[in-house]
Design a protein around this ligand. Structure first.
Ligand SMILES: Nc1nc2c(ncn2[C@@H]2O[C@H](COP(=O)(O)OP(=O)(O)O)[C@@H](O)[C@H]2O)c(=O)[nH]1
Ligand SMILES: [Mg+2]
Length: 275
């Protein structure tokens, strides 16, 4: 073992948007940090982006921060999940020096046990965007009704059709990892994506800047507590975003060839499913 101070590891920062997720965060934060010991290559940080949740989500984070230097909080007015992600990712890069960014729900739907796989797969390739997919053979969406399944399938189908993102199966998943350097190349000022369609917009931008997509199967579990914040107006915004991206696809030159073939991991990956 080499003696003396070890070189600092690059930071992998989970940007965790929250709105009224206090009971869920109480469970999810310890589960996330439990995974740090399984991630030898990166220091795991979490940036909670809370939009002044009336249930005191931010207060819970503030209470936990003194004992955990890798936990951070950003607060602001409620302007939608997409807006929260944009603010959070910019902050993670500019103020925390994150090398790798991760997206995740704070409600327990995304299994933290997959975090080491996300980070390893994203870091070992060049410009890799790792997506937790609900639509691979080993994926599952237990307890989701046909309506929500159909919505997710249709959304991904439309994104593939309109946006030229290649053979990505799950285009709207909210569990992802990608290099911060790739995020910095994206131009979101042209995209008025405040709501859930941010996921589509950032996929489009990342692929246009050369992201190679790797999908891994995941179980999209039911929420631990509370209800989805996805509303009808988010579906309407999604359709407008699709139209805007389609226009952008055919009028603005991309920085990388469109439709890059999805990258398949060389070795079959351990197919971890949430228990
Ligand atoms: N900061 C912030 N977070 C939000 C907002 N809307 C949703 N979220 C969070 O984004 C994540 C995904 O939302 P969720 O309701 O679980 O969507 P679903 O998984 O698609 O049903 C959760 O952690 C929410 O608390 C918002 O307006 N602001
Ligand atoms: Mg959720």
């Amino acid at each position: 073992m080499p003696s003396g101070p070890q070189p600092a590891r690059p930071i992998a920062c989970i940007v965790l948007p929250t709105y009224n997720e206090r009971p869920n965060l109480q469970v999810v934060l310890p589960r996330i940090f439990e995974q740090a010991a399984r991630i030898p290559t990166h220091a795991l940080h979490v940036l909670v982006v809370d939009d002044n949740s009336p249930d005191g989500t931010a207060a819970l984070v503030r209470e936990a921060m003194p004992a955990n230097p890798n936990l951070h909080l950003l607060t602001g007015d409620k302007r939608g999940i997409g807006d929260a992600y944009k603010r959070g990712m910019s902050y993670a890069v500019e103020h925390l020096g994150a090398a790798l960014l991760l997206e995740m729900d704070a409600d327990g739907q995304h299994d933290p046990a997959l975090l080491p796989d996300f980070i390893r797969l994203s870091a070992e390739g060049n410009r890799r965007l790792v997506i937790g997919s609900r639509f691979l053979p080993e994926s599952a969406m237990p307890e989701f009704g046909p309506g929500r399944r159909a919505l997710s399938y249709t959304g991904s189908f439309l994104v593939r059709l309109c946006c030229g993102v290649g053979p990505v199966k799950d285009c709207t998943s909210g569990y992802r990892a990608f290099p911060a350097e790739l995020f910095c190349r994206c131009d979101f000022r042209a995209l008025p994506t405040r709501g859930y369609s941010f996921q589509t917009a950032i996929l489009f931008e990342l692929v246009r800047h050369g992201a190679k997509v790797v999908e891994i199967p995941m179980v999209f579990a039911p929420r631990l507590d509370g209800e989805s914040k996805l509303k009808l107006r988010d579906c309407v915004e999604f359709l407008f975003t699709l139209a805007g991206l389609t226009l952008r696809r055919f009028t603005t030159p991309s920085q990388a060839p469109l439709n890059p073939a999805a990258e398949v991991p060389a070795e079959p990956e351990p197919r971890k499913l949430a228990g």
